[in-house]
Structures are given as C-alpha cells and as structure tokens.
Design a binder for this molecule. Structure first.
Ligand SMILES: *Cc1c(COP(=O)(O)O)cnc(C)c1O
Length: 336
C-alpha cells in the first residue's frame, strides 16, 4: 500500500480526462503549432487556441490574447515581475520599487530578491497571525517609484486566501500594476482578473490536476495595457513575450484542466471543504492541544489543513507517518 496522498499543495495527480485530451497530441497529432503551411501545424494551433480560451475563461480574462503559455508558475512569476520592472526601467529614468509579502512562494520572493540585488527597491510586507496581508499596508508602501505589487491568491502552506479584490483596488487607484500568483486556489476559490483588478496572474497546470511543466501568465491588454520585457528571446512565439516551440500536449492538458476547473470549481470547493473539515474534527476531537495554523474558513483554502501538535516536532512526526500518509511540514522560519 502506498501512503494516502495529502500533499496537494505540492502537486496534484493528473485527471484521467486531462490525460485523454493530451494523448492524440503526444502521438499522431505531433505538429508544430507555428507551422503555417500544412494541417499538422493548423490542427496543433487550433488546439492551442482552444486551450488559451479555457485558461482565459478560468481567470476571467476579457480576451484569450491575454494568456501567454509558459513552463509553469515559476516562469510566469519571473516573467511578470522581471518583465514589468525591466519595461519600466527601459521607459523611464526613475528607479523601480516592488512590493510583496514575506509569505510569498519562493518563485516570487527569489525573483524580487534578484531584482533587489540589481538595485530595485523592495518592500517585504509582514502578514498577520493568520497569514493575511493588510491592504492598508500595501497602500502605505506605494511610492512614486512603485512598479508593481505581487500578492498570491492562496498561501501554499497555511492556506490563507488573500484579500485580492481589496489589494487590487488599492493598486489600481494608485496606478501601480498588480500581479497575483494564483497557482494555489485557482481551481477552488473564486478568481476574476477584472472584478479583482489584477493585471498579471500566474497559473500552474500541475496544481489543478494538469501536467507538470506547463503554466500560463495572464497579461492585461486594456486599461491598463501592461507591457513586459520578454525573459526568453527567440522566434517570437506568444506575441514575443515567450519564445520557444509550444509544448502542445502540455498546453492541451492545461486547457482541459482549466475547462474542468471552470465547470467543477463550486462542487470541488464544497467537496474538499467537507473532507478537510472531517479530518479536522477527528484530529481535534481525539487529540488534546492541537493548534490550527492559519485562518478559519471562508478565508482558508478549502483543501488546506495546517495543524501543530504540542511537544511534537513535525519532522519526527512525518518520519513516523511516512508509510501511511504523504504530508508536508512548514519549513522552520529562517532569515535569508
Ligand atoms: C507550485 C507553486 C509555484 C510554482 O509553480 P510551478 O508550476 O511548479 O513552477 C508558484 N507559486 C505557488 C504559490 C505555488 O504553489
């Protein structure tokens, strides 16, 4: 018997419907989506464009043209943050400033730290005891040099769902770009780039029952039109924002995962919440002194439960349980 899988923030299994949608593109339909001269290319391009529409619908984009395919949320975060900052530095002589929070994923934090080493000013906001970013802190941190605010949709450790609409309103009012790493929660909780005034949003397929190694970046094209400097140059694919031959089977898989998430988001929210609450009730009912880390629902990702047991070290507990359950623990906070 393999352990029960309870580590879905790290990756999710492939939905069989996604695999089925991908199969033809891994076998007989192998064309290059950029080949304009024959049906192998045409059918691949058509499949990519259908996937683009599904992803656009999932994030609430006004147009499928606002979706850029990437290798995953890590690349999307890099393209969004470095691309926006570089575009500003090219356009104006003033400095650049980025605002994010201390509990972002490494793909955001390390990207911001990379820019900071090159002279970009960086503000790392604190979060409250439940992991929440205060929109007023965002407002206070904005200066005339601020290019972008980057705050995630849902935290991958304690499951905190951030007040994205409130932060989006602050950013829009002050004329700064708002990037949201939506890798966690996109298939579970409401997300809409227009309603929430998000200008850039990172998506990862393997966090929502799609394949690994593929993702997308939503890039707003109207009010405001976001300009980015490409981080991978080459043949000018993806409107010049991300060159490289498109991974058609993976993109089709991402599209199918997005289509399913659109259809089943509400049902899956309720189902995951029920399972999570049952586990929580059993743990808290049968053991003493269990501590819940992070917020109560509805501000918690429906699939997230993060608990501490008194006098028990998480590493030791995980080693003891590794035959039965696959879980993960929060890294011990350390200053970098
Ligand atoms: C998993 C994850 C990423 C990285 O996504 P990849 O597609 O694996 O590169 C980025 N941000 C968050 C919040 C994640 O959970």
């Amino acid at each position: 018997m393999r352990p029960v899988y309870m580590d879905n923030h790290s990756t999710t299994p492939l939905d069989p419907r996604v695999l089925e949608a991908m199969m033809p593109w891994l076998t007989t339909r192998f064309g290059n989506a950029a080949s304009r001269s024959h049906p192998y290319g045409w059918e691949a391009e058509e499949a990519v464009e259908a996937a683009r529409s599904h992803v656009a619908r999932l994030v609430g984009a006004a147009s499928a043209k606002e979706i850029v395919f990437t290798s995953g949320a890590t690349e999307s975060d890099n393209l969004a943050i470095k691309g926006a900052v570089e575009a500003r530095l090219v356009a104006s002589k003033s400095g650049a400033h980025v605002i994010t929070s201390k509990t972002e994923h490494k793909a955001v934090l390390d990207t911001c730290k990379h820019l900071a080493r090159q002279g970009v000013r960086l503000t790392l906001l604190d979060v409250d005891e439940e992991g929440r970013v205060d929109p007023d802190d965002v407002a206070r941190a904005i200066t005339s040099e601020t290019v972008l605010v980057s705050i995630m949709l849902a935290n991958n450790e304690v499951g905190t769902i951030q007040p994205i609409a409130e932060i989006g309103a602050v950013a829009r009012e002050r004329g700064v770009l708002f990037h949201c790493d939506a890798a966690q929660g996109l298939a579970r909780v409401p997300f809409d780039v227009d309603a929430m005034r998000v200008d850039l949003a990172s998506v990862s397929a393997h966090k929502m029952y799609g394949p690994k190694g593929v993702g997308a970046l939503y890039v707003r094209r109207r009010s405001p039109r976001v300009s980015l400097i490409a981080q991978i140059d080459g043949g000018g694919h993806e409107r010049g924002m991300r060159s490289g031959t498109l991974n058609v089977p993976a993109i089709v898989g991402l599209g199918e995962a997005a289509r399913i998430a659109c259809e089943e988001r509400e049902h899956d929210h309720a189902h995951a919440s029920r399972l999570r609450d049952r586990l929580r009730e059993r743990l808290f009912g049968e053991l003493e002194g269990v501590v819940l880390n992070g917020p109560e629902p509805p501000e918690r990702h429906p699939g997230n439960l993060n608990v501490s047991f008194p006098y028990v070290e998480s590493e030791a507990l995980m080693i003891a349980l590794k035959e039965e359950v696959a879980v993960s623990s929060m890294p011990i906070a350390r200053s970098t």
